[in-house]
Design a protein. Structure first.
Lengths: 116, 112
């Protein structure tokens, strides 16, 4: 596709349920990033993939959060036993990661997660 | 730990004015700095990216500068238009080119 896509666009779930958020990066982009944007707060980094490996997962807030990337393409962010404080917009970005290049991050439209 | 601050938090100007948005960061060991705009309820749109070795970048009415030694970047918008109304975010990428640290943004309103 032309840009980064994310699904679902909106997700409403009950406290304690598990959710999966999907990100399809721009074709050929080797780097993929997850961020979240909470109401009244800025964008915070969650995890970064280079290929299928995650060199930096320092932003995952707890062990209820996990992410994987397969085939160097699609990534899934999983939140187990959701809590109300997990409500946020989850944003995915990708970049080409050519050595010495500008490495522009391109963002998807986000998934708005609401935990009731 | 990198910290990014954007001033002002909000700005309202009449159409046609030139304006400057500011971004400051605490750690000068960066890979690049990227400016985005975010419209309400939407994702982020990349405006300009300045690599660590560069001083400025220009695109149309936008010009971004970078001064690593002082930990500052500015986004200059010339001849502002109502369509420029949005939140502008500054993102600093760490030296390993992984995570970006974002400022809280400047919300710009351009009045017709």
């Amino acid at each position: 596709g032309a840009g980064v896509s994310q699904s679902p666009s909106n997700k409403v779930t009950e406290k304690g349920k598990d959710v999966e958020l999907r990100c399809d990066p721009i074709s050929g982009h080797t780097a993929l990033y997850w961020y979240r944007q909470s109401l009244g707060q800025g964008l915070e980094f969650l995890i970064y993939f280079q290929g299928n490996s995650a060199p930096d997962k320092s932003g995952l807030p707890s062990d209820r959060f996990s992410a994987e990337r397969t085939g160097g393409s699609v990534s899934t962010l999983t939140i187990q036993r959701t809590q109300q404080e997990d409500s946020a917009v989850y944003l995915c970005a990708s970049s080409l990661r050519v050595a010495g290049g500008p490495d522009t991050q391109y963002f998807g439209p986000g998934t708005r997660l609401t935990v009731l | 730990k990198q910290e990014v601050t954007q001033i002002p938090a909000a700005l309202s100007v009449p159409e046609g004015e030139n304006l400057v948005l500011n971004c400051s960061f605490t750690d000068s060991a960066i890979y690049n700095l990227q400016w985005f705009r975010q419209d309400p309820g939407k994702g982020l749109t990349s405006l300009l990216l300045i690599q660590s070795s560069q001083r400025e970048q220009t695109s149309g009415r936008l010009n971004a500068s970078l001064d690593k030694s002082s930990g500052r970047s500015t986004l200059y918008i010339a001849a502002s238009q109502p369509g420029d109304s949005a939140t502008y975010l500054c993102a600093v990428r760490g030296p390993n080119a992984g995570k970006s640290t974002f400022g809280d943004g400047t919300t710009l309103t351009v009045k017709p």
